[in-house]
Design a protein around this ligand. Structure first.
Ligand code: CTP
Ligand code: MG
Length: 546
C-alpha cells in the first residue's frame, strides 16, 4: 500500500499495481491537480500518534495462521488494522480500536521463564507469539524496502513520458503507509521508555519521516521534548521552589546530555528490539543513535529540537501545496544519490535536507514562482501560528487551506531541466540561498555552499560541504541539463530501454552503452541502487546537525 507520507485526505488506499498506475496517470495528465494532502501537519501528527498508541508490535513465527492469530487478538478487543512485515524475522503491527485492549493483551502475556536468564522488569508493547499455539501458514509480508534496480528500470522504460517517470520514482521510493505506521510505533515505544523516567516528556518525529520527502529506508529522527517540565518550573505557583525537586546544571546543553545519557541507558537496557545503542553526547546537537532491529530502522534521538520540528512542518507545507514539488524532489534526490552527490555516510557531501532546500529555493525563484517564500507564509499566519523558539521567529501559517495556489503551470520535466540550468550557472562564490526571502544574498562567509537556515538565520545548513563536492554537483547538473535537453529535442524511440529520466539516473552514451571510464555494469548499478534501499548498513558514524 503506497500512500505517500500521510493517508491522503481525499483518497482511499490504492493498493494494487493497477491502482498505482491509475493514480500516476491521473497525476501526469492533470499535472497540477490535487495529488497532495490538505491535512495540516499538526492534525496528521495527532492522528498518527493516536494510531501508534493503540498499536502493538508482535514478533511472529515465519508461518502463522492469520485467521487464528486475529481471533486470539480479538479476545482483547476489536482490531482496527494489522499487517505483517519482515525485519530480522516476521513481525505484525496490530492496531486496536481501544487502548484498553492493549492493557488486556499485555496483562494476559506471560513472562518467559528461562532458567539461564533473568528478565529486566520493563513491560513494553513489543511481544512475541508462542509458535506452538497457531497453525503454520505463510503470511504475506508487506515490503519494507524499495524496488530493485531491474524493477525500477523496467518501470521507467514503460512510462509514457518524463512526468510519468517522475511519478513512478515518487511512488516507488516514498514511504509506504505501513512504513509510516512502523515509524510512529517505534516513536511511541521510545516514548514509553522516556516517560517511565520523565513522565512529562513527549517524543516527536521530525525530519524526512514526517516532512513529506521521506524515502523507504530513511533514518527515523526523534526528539525528546521536556519543555512541559520547564513550564512547570516557571510558574510562581506556591511558596515552594523546585531547588531540590529538580537538579540544576550549568547550561541547557549539559541538561540535554544528562537526560539523553539516561534515556540512552534505558533504551539499551530495556528497549526490546533496540541494538547498537551509541550515545553521541559531544556532538553539536547531542543524540542517542540506535538501530531498532525489529522495525529495521536506524534512529537518532535528540533532545529539545523544536526548531527542527518546525522546519519539518515547513517542508511538509511546501511538499503539499503543489503536486509537482514531491515528484521533483524525489527524482532529484534519487539522481543525487545515484551520482554520489548525497551519501548515507556523513562528510563533505550535500545532504538530502540541503538539496531539498536548494530545490525549494529554485521553485521560489521562477519568474512566476511555484511556491511562496517563508516570509509570505509568515504573512498568512494567524494568532495561533505565532512561535518564537529560542529567540528565533518560527511563525508561519499552519492551515494549508489558507495558502492559495500560485499561477505557475510549468510542467515537471521543464522544472527539472530548469533546476539543472539554474544551479549550473548559479554564482555560488558570491551568493547564499535563502528560502525565507526567496532571493540570493551575499554570502556572510567563505563556505563553498551557503544555505541559510530558515529559522536560525546565522547558521549555514550546508557548512559541511567542501569545494570539491560543490564542483561535482555543478558539473553533474550541467551534464544532466544537457542530457535532458537533448532527449527533449528528439522523438521518443519506442522500445529504447534508457530514455528520459533513466538517461540521467543511469547515464548512457550515444551507442546506448553505459557511460563511464570503467563502463558501469548491471551489478554496479545494482549496488548503487541498493544503497538507496532500506538495508543500509553503511551508516553514518558521526553527526553534524547545525
Ligand atoms: N536539520 C537542520 N539543520 C541541519 C541538518 C538537519 O535543521 N544542518 C534538521 C532538518 O529539519 C532535517 C532534520 O534535522 O529535516 C533531520 O536531518 P537529517 O536526518 O539529516 O535529514 P532528513 O531531512 O531527515 O533527510 P534524510 O532522509 O536524509 O534523513
Ligand atoms: Mg533523517
Amino acid at each position: 500500500m503506497k500512500l505517500g507520507p500521510v493517508v491522503r485526505a481525499s483518497g482511499r488506499a490504492l493498493s494494487t499495481a493497477a491502482g498505482r498506475q491509475q493514480r500516476r496517470a491521473l497525476a501526469a495528465e492533470t499535472a497540477d491537480q490535487d495529488q497532495v494532502t490538505r491535512k495540516n501537519f499538526a492534525d496528521v501528527q495527532r492522528e498518527r500518534k493516536e494510531q501508534a498508541k493503540n498499536s502493538v508490535l508482535i514478533s511472529c513465527p515465519s508461518k502463522i495462521n492469520e485467521k487464528k492469530f486475529l481471533k486470539h487478538l480479538s479476545r482483547h478487543g476489536e482490531v482496527a488494522n494489522h499487517f505483517f512485515f519482515d525485519s530480522h524475522g516476521v513481525h505484525a503491527l496490530v492496531e486496536f480500536v481501544n487502548t484498553e485492549s492493549i492493557i488486556s493483551l499485555l496483562s494476559a502475556t506471560k513472562v518467559p521463564d528461562n532458567e539461564d536468564t533473568c528478565v529486566l522488569p520493563f513491560k513494553s508493547r513489543f511481544i512475541k507469539v508462542k509458535s506452538q499455539e497457531l497453525d503454520l501458514h505463510h503470511v504475506k509480508c508487506t515490503p519494507q524496502t524499495s524496488v530493485s534496480i531491474n524493477q525500477l528500470l523496467k518501470k521507467l522504460s514503460g512510462a509514457k513520458n518524463i512526468v510519468d517517470q517522475a511519478h513512478i520514482i515518487l511512488d516507488e521510493l516514498q514511504l509506504t503507509e505501513e512504513s509510516i505506521r512502523v515509524r510512529y510505533l517505534v516513536s511511541s515505544l521510545v516514548s514509553d521508555i522516556a516517560t517511565a523516567y520523565f513522565p512529562e516528556a513527549t517524543v516527536h518525529l521530525y525530519g524526512s519521516s514526517v516532512n513529506s520527502f521521506g524515502k523507504m529506508g530513511c533514518d527515523l529522527d526523534l526528539f525528546l521534548n521536556l519543555d512541559s517540565l520547564k513550564d512547570v518550573s516557571g510558574k510562581p505557583a506556591s511558596s515552594f521552589v523546585t531547588e531540590y525537586w529538580m537538579r540544576q546544571v550549568s547550561s541547557g546543553r549539559v541538561a540535554q546530555q544528562k537526560v539523553l545519557s539516561v534515556i540512552g541507558e534505558c533504551i539499551e537496557s530495556f528497549g526490546p528490539g533496540c541494538t547498537e545503542v551509541h550515545k553521541i553526547l559531544s556532538a553539536r546537537c547531542p543524540l542517542v543513535r540506535f538501530y531498532h532491529q525489529s522495525a529495521g530502522l536506524h534512529c537518532d534521538l535528540t533532545a529539545d529540537n523544536e526548531i527542527a520540528l518546525r522546519t519539518s512542518e515547513l517542508l511538509y507545507i511546501f511538499g503539499n501545496i503543489d503536486s509537482r514539488v514531491r515528484p521533483l524532489v524525489f527524482t532529484l534526490r534519487c539522481w543525487a544519490r545515484v551520482h554520489g552527490i548525497t551519501s548515507s555516510v556523513s562528510g563533505h557531501w550535500i545532504t538530502n535536507f540541503s538539496l531539498t532546500t536548494m530545490i525549494l529555493f529554485f521553485l521560489q525563484k521562477r519568474n512566476s514562482p511555484v511556491i511562496p517564500t517563508l516570509d509570505q507564509l509568515k504573512n498568512l499566519a494567524g494568532k495561533n501560528d505565532k512561535r518564537i523558539i529560542e529567540d528565533n521567529d518560527c511563525t508561519f501559517v499552519s492551515d494549508l487551506s489558507k495558502i492559495k495556489p500560485l499561477e505557475n503551470t510549468e510542467p515537471l520535466d521543464t522544472l527539472l531541466i530548469e533546476f539543472m540550468e539554474f544551479y549550473g550557472t548559479f554564482d555560488f562564490s558570491k551568493n547564499c540561498i535563502d528560502i525565507r526571502k526567496g532571493v540570493e544574498k551575499n554570502k556572510p562567509d567563505s563556505s563553498p555552499l551557503y544555505i541559510q537556515n530558515p529559522f536560525e538565520q546565522s547558521l549555514n545548513i550546508s557548512k559541511n560541504v567542501n569545494k570539491c563536492q560543490l564542483e561535482r554537483f555543478v558539473h553533474l547538473v550541467q551534464e544532466g541539463s544537457w542530457t535532458l535537453q537533448k532527449q527533449a529535442s528528439q522523438p521518443l524511440e519506442k522500445g529504447k530501454e534508457h530514455w528520459g529520466l533513466a538517461s540521467i539516473l543511469f547515464p548512457t552514451d550515444s551507442d546506448g552503452l553505459f557511460r563511464s571510464k570503467k563502463r558501469l555494469d548491471a551489478n554496479r548499478l545494482g549496488s548503487i541502487l541498493d544503497s538507496l534501499k532500506v538495508s543500509n548498513n553503511n551508516r553514518k558514524t558521526t553527526t553534524q546537525k547545525q
